[in-house]
Write a protein that binds this ligand. Structure first.
Ligand code: TYM
Length: 330
């Protein structure tokens, strides 16, 4: 049985990028694999979230995870900070993480550029904490979007380095995973880069149908193709990228053909179809989110049980790592 592990920072509501990048198909996955799904609340500390909001943010992601179909009877769902073994393994792995390589990480450089006044040590060693999350459960597969690819590469480096340094074949090398397909990046609706909370260009799973229609209507377009078989500009390609994940291949081919034929005046129809197909995905999820969010007893029960199971696996790894590194008790 393979081990699958997926994490999300509690920094807002889940959006289509999270869903298609990291979560799609986990309903099926949890039947066939040992799955760990967790909320990376320590990771969210790099941006100093308001202490009055931290717990609510965790609750939001927890409810949304569950509403997407994650079954705590089949998968292990936990909150990172409920598993203190992660902090100790993070400390141990930090001794094998070098400043030069951490400084070169794309996500570090990007965050440091965006927030020059808050380049903290946690931000620098973010990939070490992420590697710890993955290695502590010996994950084989890590469902992530394209933006996390480098973090998986770094995780494999640390696993390799540890094995080499101590002459063991202990840590497995995990693979970034998107269910047999290439890792994806769901774009934003503003014609630029990826869909992301801080970019403010998201369709959230909790969005009401009317909100989704409005957001799609506002997405950037133009007057149509300037000829037959011309390349699509990024902002049009972006709409097709989203269409590909929510609609059928026939629908995608239909609009692709219109573009390639150089036809104009069909963006209205494309947007209507796109909104409709997104709503088909999000509607049942949104309805479940609201129910789960208010069920304190249920959330308490599953996070207790999840933490217990995650700690069982984590403490076994930590004990073995301590032994490999030479710790002995008196
Ligand atoms: P986070 O919280 O930014 O995003 C959670 C997951 O959603 C994916 N994602 C996307 N995929 C495709 N297109 C998008 N526009 C898009 N936006 C987000 C991310 O790739 C991610 O898989 N560092 C992680 C959290 C984490 C983690 C881990 C993940 C901590 N430890 C261990 C996996 C394993 C993060 O910040 O994800």
């Amino acid at each position: 049985m393979k081990v699958v592990l997926s994490g999300i920072r509690p920094t807002g509501n889940l959006h289509l990028g999270n869903y298609y990048g990291a979560m799609i198909n986990f309903l099926k996955m949890q039947e066939e694999n040992k799955c760990y799904f967790f909320i990376a609340d320590w990771h969210s500390l790099t941006t100093h979230p308001d202490p009055n909001k931290l717990h609510a943010n965790v609750r939001t992601i927890l409810s949304e995870y569950l509403a997407c179909g994650l079954d705590p009877e089949k998968a292990i769902l936990y909150v990172q900070s409920d598993v203190p073994e992660i902090a100790e393994l993070y400390l141990l792995l930090n001794m094998h993480a070098y400043l030069g390589e951490l400084e070169k990480t794309v996500s570090f450089k990007e965050k440091a550029r965006q927030n020059p006044d808050n380049v903290n040590a946690g931000l620098l060693t973010y990939p070490v904490l992420m590697a710890t999350d993955i290695l502590i459960h010996h994950a084989d597969y890590v469902p992530v979007g394209k933006d996390q690819e480098q973090h998986l590469e770094i995780t494999r480096n640390y696993a390799n380095r540890f094995n080499y340094k101590y002459g063991v074949d202990y840590f497995k090398l995990p693979t970034a995973y998107n269910f047999g397909k290439e890792l994806i990046k769901i774009p934003g609706l503003d014609g630029s880069g990826k869909m992301g909370k801080s970019e403010g260009n998201c369709i959230y799973l909790i969005d009401e149908p009317k909100v989704i229609e409005k957001k799609i209507k506002k997405a950037l377009t133009d007057n149509g193709p300037e000829g037959v078989n011309t390349p699509k500009p990024d902002y049009i390609e972006n709409l097709f990228t989203i269409l590909k994940v929510v609609s059928t291949p026939e629908v995608v081919a239909y609009y692709d053909n219109l573009w390639n034929a150089g036809e104009t005046k069909w963006y209205g129809s494309l947007k209507k179809q796109l909104a409709e197909d997104i709503i088909k995905v999000t509607n049942p999820i949104r309805e479940r989110i609201n129910d789960i969010q208010n069920d304190d007893a249920y959330l308490h029960k599953i996070t207790r049980e999840g933490a217990e199971k995650a700690r069982e696996s984590a403490s076994k790894t930590l004990k073995e790592v301590r032994e490999i590194m030479g710790f002995k008790s008196f």
